[in-house]
Write a protein that binds this ligand. Structure first.
Ligand SMILES: *Cc1c(COP(=O)(O)O)cnc(C)c1O
Length: 230
């Protein structure tokens, strides 16, 4: 199977899941460790959003105009000293998990005269190895964001524990859906809970069934990543 065929198949599966769930879904192709050429191939197949989790790779592919015509999301852990490299260069930063990061992004966006769209990342499985804020800290993070007009919070993102069992993962997806709905009750000018980003290659249809309207799919589109090369 080519990237083109894989991407068509993933878009079709997402479309069917979206119809079953009764809400629209955006497929973000997680293109880490894939070349600009691979990104273009997925674009040709109809993918209109890409996610990168390493700043250097993002910059390389931006310089090659890899994402032309598509949205770009930053989906990885964002180090404080890399904030300036990302703000204003991506459509959405999906992985904001601390008040400090919010403030740094806000300061950079303000200097650029823009409003940066972000999602708040939730460590829904409370895993020590993962980034993301505790679910219990999300209300405070939203209150903090409300004070920063150069940042706009559009929703939540999560990467649940990888158990390999979609029924177990679904419990976390449900917790996220509940948090997402609860947070939607907070009314601030620069906060609107409209994006719930969860679900990857192994479980994106389950995620959609549990409320995800943005899924991040890597290996099902680009094939298995070969980490031995890096
Ligand atoms: C790589 C990555 C994905 C996609 O993972 P697959 O299992 O290959 O689909 C999703 N989200 C983030 C944050 C990623 O880094």
């Amino acid at each position: 199977m080519t990237i083109y065929d894989n991407a068509r198949a993933v878009l079709e599966r997402a479309k069917l899941a979206s119809e079953r769930a009764g809400h629209a879904v955006t497929v973000v192709a997680a293109s880490k460790m894939n070349s600009a050429g691979h990104v273009r191939e997925a674009f040709e197949a109809g993918i209109r959003a890409f996610g990168e989790n390493r700043v250097q790779e993002l910059e390389e592919k931006l310089a090659q105009n890899a994402y032309e015509g598509a949205a770009v999301h930053f989906i990885g852990h964002l180090q404080k000293n890399k904030v300036k490299n990302v703000v204003g260069r991506v459509d959405l930063i999906e992985s904001v998990d601390s008040p400090e990061l919010l403030r740094l992004i806000g300061r950079r966006a303000e200097a650029l005269g823009i409003v940066q769209d972000v999602l708040l990342e939730v460590n829904i499985g409370r895993e020590t190895t993962k980034s993301g804020a505790d679910a219990g800290d999300i209300p405070a993070l939203i209150d903090e964001a409300a004070k920063i007009p150069s940042v706009r919070v559009l929703g939540l993102m999560a990467i649940p524990p990888n158990s390999g069992d979609n029924e177990k993962t679904a419990v976390f997806f449900e917790e996220m859906r509940k948090l997402f709905v609860d947070m939607g009750a907070k009314k601030y000018d620069n906060i609107s809970m409209c994006i719930l980003s969860m679900g990857m290659s192994a479980d994106f249809e389950t995620a959609i069934a549990h409320g995800a309207n943005l899924v991040r799919v890597g290996s099902a589109i680009f094939g298995q990543r070969d980490y031995s090369k890096k």
